[in-house]
Design a protein around this ligand. Sequence first.
Ligand code: COI
Length: 356
Amino acid sequence: MKITHTKESRIKNVDFDNLSFGEIFTDHMFVCDYKDGVWNTPEIMPYQPIQMDPSSSVFHYGQAVFEGMKAYKDESNEVWLFRPDQNFERINKSSERLSMPTFPKELFFNGLEKLLSLDKEWIKKGTGNSLYIRPFVFASQAGVQASASNAYKFMIICSPVSSYYSSSEVHVQVAEKYSRAASGGVGFAKAAGNYAAQFYPTSLALKEGFQQIIWTDANTHEYLEEAGTMNIFFRINDTLVTTPTSDRILDGITRKSILRLSEHLGIKTDVRPITIHELLSAKKDGSLKEIFGAGTAVVVSPIKGFGYQNERYVLEDIEDSFAQKLKNHMVAIQTNAAEDPFGWRYPVNTTDSVSL
Ligand code: COI
């Protein structure tokens, strides 16, 4: 791997106490080009703009996928990733669905480890701090033929973050018209277009005072499937309910970790379809205790209320919140502040010499 160091770190200009999600990037980035059926030798270089032909396939047909992962620093300055094997497998699943080449495991892990070694000063310890890592792949071939590209770029960029949604009270609107995914589509993949398609409906919801949308199935708009860019959980009495994964639902790493952790903590889980009608009657009879989203960026995001058919519903505050309990446990495991009985934590060797 070719490594070019930045001449001067930008870290001294960063106000780590006032970070907005995904706005500032570290000093280096990882780039690997694919051409004529092979991935070339990867490179780590100073973070910088890239040159692209205006006809590049990604601009016209959106052939692009991404991942979201986080690195954490513990009290002894050790750096940890959380289940990175899962992100690696998922980016390749997403790539396959978008007709893109899969990326070799060794290049992924070597690149990630070297990048984190170079930019480890950007990973801050302390509650809520982490380095958000964004691996992504896109079609870079010039030409507007509407077919899979022959050239791709796999890149990794990193952004220091504290927490994602700033508003402490999240209200969501249940989708009655728009959809994020349909059966047979690309909803399970982290395809760039899945997110682009959410921006417009979300902007309409924002105007009505909601922060996010609860996505429902495209056929009937009855089944509650995801919350914004996250998987969704409902606490009905003392059971945690979440919808099963399918070709419409992202196989969230936080989602599956929460299910496993809940079992471990003795919280009953139920993975099954859930409809808006069930939600409304659970709200009415008082059995709906909590709703929360789960994803890499926020880990767990409690939802205070929801809107459906011009009615608004607000959840009571709860003392022994599952959302809070699960978030605390997850973050403690992620940051090496608690035992990891599942083997999820992955130590990053940042002492490996990268001074080329
Ligand atoms: C996640 O939380 O997992 C996400 O994908 C959020 C990202 C789109 C900012």
